[in-house]
Design a protein around this ligand. Structure first.
Ligand code: DGP
Length: 139
């Protein structure tokens, strides 16, 4: 665990999150600043600051979980579309330096641009969407 890494703290359970899925190597949880409802993140538990420094096995496992969660999001929310996004470096608007994949459900005409402003989401709404995604994972 990296002392100053917020996602390491979430992985360790020191900071709470709306968890969707966890296994030995990977954690999926809701983004606290959702750009659209259902916006969630998948991280390897082992710290790597970005894609360049990631471990092959961790990356492969993370991507497998990204697909699993994306399927659940698709089933639970039936979005207009779904994007994956992964940022490397401040120039790419990376703000948390622990490798993570964004799963972003799209809404019709949401006019979403790649670098959106971070705005706090409504916690009750985030929790409710997390439950829907978790139910779809169990099916
Ligand atoms: P990026 O800008 O690509 O590094 O994305 C980081 C995302 O992490 C951003 O969408 C907001 C989210 N985020 C930041 N801090 C927290 C937190 O403490 N909890 C959760 N759940 N998400 C966070």
């Amino acid at each position: 665990m990296h002392q100053d890494c917020i996602f390491c703290k979430i992985v360790a359970g020191v900071i709470p999150c709306f968890k969707i899925y966890e296994d030995e190597h990977t954690l999926a949880f809701m983004d606290i600043n959702p750009v659209n409802p259902g916006h969630c993140l998948v991280v390897p538990k082992n710290h790597a600051p970005n894609l360049f420094e990631s471990d092959d096995a961790d990356l492969a496992r993370t991507m497998a979980v990204v697909r699993k969660i994306s399927r659940a999001v698709q089933k639970a929310l039936n979005p207009y579309g779904l994007n994956l996004l992964q940022a490397n470096g401040p120039g790419a608007a990376q703000s948390v330096f622990h490798l993570h994949l964004h799963i972003i459900p799209r809404e019709r005409d949401d006019d979403l641009r790649m670098n959106w402003g971070l705005k706090s989401g409504n916690k009750d709404e985030i929790a409710a969407v997390a439950e829907k995604i978790k139910e779809a994972l169990e099916d």
